[in-house]
Every structure is written in structure tokens, then in C-alpha cells.
Design a protein around this ligand. Structure first.
Ligand SMILES: [Fe+2]
Length: 249
């Protein structure tokens, strides 16, 4: 599939360029440390699709990724781009970008004082955590469809909140059963050593994915997850967004 370069309207003011040459050696070394710390655990506990995606899009453990280079590899696979933005986006701009297969990607990297956790997303959370999954065709279609459905619901706050829970328990904190084991795919798990370790050590109650339960499940942003939902395949989340669309709209 060709890379999408659909014109963005709502998100346009938030688009920036990534000045890759401006990263300092210290910033590259923060990226390296983060990746090298996460990889041994992820090689065992991340889902196969994440690990494939990491290599397919050419991420490395020694330099902050140049998004243009990532997109040269990612675009031809699924039509997705990691598109640089200035920071948090308002919901309509965020969903417009997802619907256009453009993932809003921050370009700054956390400081050494915030290695484990940063309240604002950074390039490590966005690119290391999210973007490898966008190389997977079913996940790629799911995420675009999710953006389109949410854009249609933009003025319906309650329905949008329910859709936000679907995002939380899939894109951010999703787990999948593979070969009888729980594997990680959500970016909030992939990019956080603490959250992943909590899951691996059996902290959260892991339930079978059920759309109704997910839409009703309150999200706790500022504490370790107590409940997660495991899918059997990524088809399940694609079907879930279609079912949500039929029920909500
Ligand atoms: Fe995220």
C-alpha cells in the first residue's frame, strides 16, 4: 500500500518538522539506554508482531529514530506514517490524524530524571511504544478505523469516553495470548519497565477481551493497571471497533 499523505485540516497547526540533527549525544544516549533496558524483557514478553514491527521499521538501539527514515519503511507496508507533532493534540485533531493513517508523534525525548515515567508522551513512548505495531496490517486497519469512528462521535462526549476506554485497553495497555502465554502489545506496557514487570509478575486481573466490559471499565491513568483484557488475535480488536461503531453511532 502506498504511503498516505492525506491533507490534514484540524491537525495542521500542530504539525512540525523533526530536526534530527539537533539531537545531542546525551539525547541519543538516553534513547539507547531506554531501548537497551527494555529489549531483554520484551524479547521474552512482547508479542511477535511488535518485535517484527520493530525490525521492519528499522528502529535501532543506538540513535533516536529519524521519522522520515521510519516512514520510508512503514509507509509501503501499511500506509501509516509517524508524523511529527508539537505535543498533546485536541481530540478532533488526534482522531483526524488516525483516520488518515498518520500517527501523531512527539519528537522530544524525556530527561534522564524521568527515565521510567513521563506524564507527557515523548518520542520513546510514541515511536518505541506505538509505531512498531503500525507495521501489522490488521492493527493498522483497526487503528485507522478507530480514528474514523471517534471523529464521527466528536460531539458526543459520553460515547467518546467509552471509545477512549477501547483505546486504553488495546492501543495503550493491550495484551494478547500467544502460545498459551500473555504477551504485551500496548504502548503503555511496551515503553514502561514498571508497568510491564507488574503484568509479568501477575499483578493485574487479566480477563478475556469483551467489548461491553471494556467500554464500561473505568480507566485509572495515574496508577498501575488492576484489570487488563487479553485478545486471542488482532482480528478481535478490528471486529470490536466495527461492533462499537454499529452500536454507538
Ligand atoms: Fe500512547
Amino acid at each position: 500500500m502506498a504511503s498516505t499523505t492525506a491533507r490534514l485540516h484540524i491537525a495542521e497547526p500542530f504539525l512540525i518538522q523533526q530536526d534530527w540533527k539537533a539531537y545531542t549525544p546525551e539525547q541519543h544516549s538516553i534513547w539507547s539506554e531506554l531501548v537497551r533496558r527494555r529489549m531483554p524483557q520484551l524479547e521474552e514478553h512482547a508479542c511477535a508482531e511488535y518485535l517484527d514491527g520493530f525490525h521492519q521499521i528499522g528502529l535501532r538501539d543506538d540513535t533516536i529514530p529519524e521519522l522520515a527514515e521510519v516512514n520510508k519503511r512503514l509507509g509501503p507496508r501499511t500506509g501509516w506514517n509517524a508524523t511529527p507533532v508539537s505535543g498533546f493534540l485536541p481530540p478532533d485533531a488526534f482522531f483526524e490524524m488516525l483516520a488518515a493513517r498518520q500517527f501523531p508523534t512527539t519528537t522530544y525525548i524525556r530527561s534522564r530524571e524521568a527515565m521510567e515515567y513521563t506524564p507527557e508522551p515523548d518520542i520513546f513512548h510514541d515511536v518505541f511504544g506505538h509505531v512498531p505495531m503500525h507495521a501489522h496490517p490488521v492493527f493498522a486497519d483497526f487503528l485507522q478505523h478507530y480514528g474514523r469512528v471517534c471523529l464521527d462521535l466528536i460531539n458526543q462526549k459520553d460515547k467518546l469516553e467509552r471509545m477512549g476506554r477501547l483505546f486504553w485497553f488495546t492501543v495503550e495497555f493491550g495484551v494478547i495470548r500467544q502460545n498459551g502465554k500473555i504477551k504485551l502489545y500496548g504502548s503503555g506496557l511496551i515503553s514502561s519497565h514498571g508497568e510491564s514487570t507488574h503484568v509479568i509478575h501477575g499483578g493485574p486481573d487479566i480477563r478475556d477481551f469483551n467489548l461491553e466490559q471494556v467500554l464500561d471499565q473505568e480507566v485509572k491513568v495515574s496508577e498501575m493497571q488492576k484489570v487488563l483484557y487479553a485478545v486471542e488475535s488482532f482480528d478481535q480488536i478490528y471486529e470490536a471497533v466495527q461492533a462499537a461503531e454499529q452500536r454507538l453511532i
